[in-house]
Design a protein around this ligand. Structure first.
Ligand code: ATP
Length: 292
C-alpha cells in the first residue's frame, strides 16, 4: 500500500521553539510506515488557504492546521470541494474547534491522534460565501474579535479584560432575523450562529451545538442588565448559557440576520466588514476531519 502524504501548515510567528517541538512530535509519533509528511510555513495571514489548496491539488491525504480557529478556518477554505482530510494540532490561544471535538491540547498527543487516522464528516457553516467552522456573529462578539486581533497579547486574561471593558459601553441593536422562514425581531447584545460549541477557552456559547447534526444553532443574547454580565459569562463557562432567561436558542439550516447599520461580523474569531444582511447556511458533512 502506498503511504499517505500529510502536509503540516505552521505559522512561523509562533516561534522557533514551537517549530522544533512540532518536528520532534511528528518524528516521534507519526507512523512512518503509513505516512510521509512535509512542513510548510505560512508567510502572511490567510496564506494557509493557498498552501492547503496546493496540497489538496497535489493529492495530499491530509492537511494539518497547526494553530487555533483562525488557522483551521484558513485551511478549510483551501480544502473546500476536495477529499483531503483536515487535521488539527491545537496551537492557538482559544482553540475552540479543537476543544469541541475533544482533541488533546498537547502536541505529542495531537500527533498520535493524527497518526491513528480516525475521521468523521464534519458540517461546515457558510456566512454568505465565507466558511466558518466554530461560529459566526454580528454583534458584541464581532467587536471583541476586532479588538482581540489588534491586541499584542493573546490569552484568556486579555480576552476576559476586553469583554468586561466593552460590555458596559455596548449598545444593543434591533436585528431582523429569519430562521428557516420564521421571522423575528430581537434587540440583542449578541447573535451567534454556531456550528461548534465554543469561542475557545471553554467559553461555550452554544453548548448544545454538534458538528454532525446538519444544523446551525442560533444563540440570541438579549439586552440584559449589565450588572448580570458576570453571571451570563459564568453560565457560558459551565455550559448552561441556554438556561438563562436572557438567551434564546433556535436551530435551522438557513438563516438571515439583518440590520441597516450592520458593517462588522466575525467568522471563527476573525473580524471583517460585511453587508447589512448576511445569510448563513450549513453544508452537512462537507469536511472530513481527524478526531480522537
Ligand atoms: N505568517 C503569518 N503572518 C501573519 N499572520 C499569519 C501568518 N500565518 C498565519 N497567520 C494568521 O494568524 C492567524 C492565527 O490565528 P489562530 O486562530 O491560529 O491563532 P489564535 O488567534 O492565537 O488562536 P485562537 O483562534 O484559538 O484564539 C490566522 O488568522 C492566520 O491567517
Amino acid at each position: 500500500m502506498s503511504k499517505r502524504h500529510i502536509v503540516f501548515i505552521v505559522n512561523p510567528r509562533s516561534g522557533i521553539e514551537r517549530q522544533k517541538e512540532i518536528s520532534h512530535a511528528i518524528d516521534a509519533h507519526l507512523d512512518s510506515d503509513l505516512y510521509t509528511h512535509e512542513i510548510r510555513l505560512t508567510e502572511y495571514a490567510k496564506h494557509g488557504t493557498l498552501l492547503a489548496r496546493e496540497a489538496a491539488a497535489q493529492g495530499a491525504y491530509a492537511v494539518v492546521a497547526v494553530g487555533g480557529d483562525g488557522s483551521v478556518n484558513d485551511v478549510v477554505h483551501g480544502l473546500a470541494g476536495t477529499d483531503t482530510v483536515l487535521g488539527v494540532i491545537p496551537k492557538g490561544s482559544g482553540n475552540g474547534m479543537a476543544r469541541t471535538i475533544g482533541l488533546p491540547l498537547t502536541t505529542d498527543e495531537a500527533v498520535k491522534v493524527i497518526s491513528a487516522g480516525k475521521t468523521l464528516a464534519m458540517d461546515v457553516g457558510y456566512a454568505n460565501e465565507r466558511i466558518f467552522i466554530s461560529n459566526a456573529g454580528v454583534a458584541f462578539d464581532a467587536l471583541i474579535s476586532k479588538k482581540f486581533a489588534k491586541s499584542e497579547k493573546r490569552g484568556l486574561a486579555v480576552y476576559s479584560w476586553l469583554v468586561t471593558k466593552h460590555m458596559w459601553l455596548y449598545k444593543t441593536w434591533n436585528f431582523h432575523i429569519e430562521i428557516d422562514g420564521k421571522i423575528m425581531n430581537e434587540r440583542a447584545f449578541m447573535v451567534v450562529v454556531a456550528n461548534g460549541t465554543q469561542f475557545g477557552y471553554n467559553f461555550r456559547i452554544a453548548p448544545m451545538a454538534s458538528y454532525t447534526d446538519g444544523l446551525l444553532d442560533v444563540i440570541i443574547v438579549r439586552r440584559f442588565p449589565k450588572i448580570l454580565g458576570g453571571i451570563i459569562a459564568l453560565r457560558a463557562m459551565t455550559g448552561t448559557i441556554d438556561k438563562s432567561r436572557y438567551v434564546r436558542h433556535f436551530t435551522g439550516r438557513e438563516m438571515t440576520i439583518s440590520h441597516p447599520q450592520l458593517r462588522l461580523m466575525q467568522t471563527d474569531g476573525d473580524a471583517h466588514e460585511c453587508a447589512s444582511s448576511i445569510t448563513f447556511r450549513i453544508k452537512p458533512g462537507a469536511q472530513r476531519v481527524i478526531v480522537p
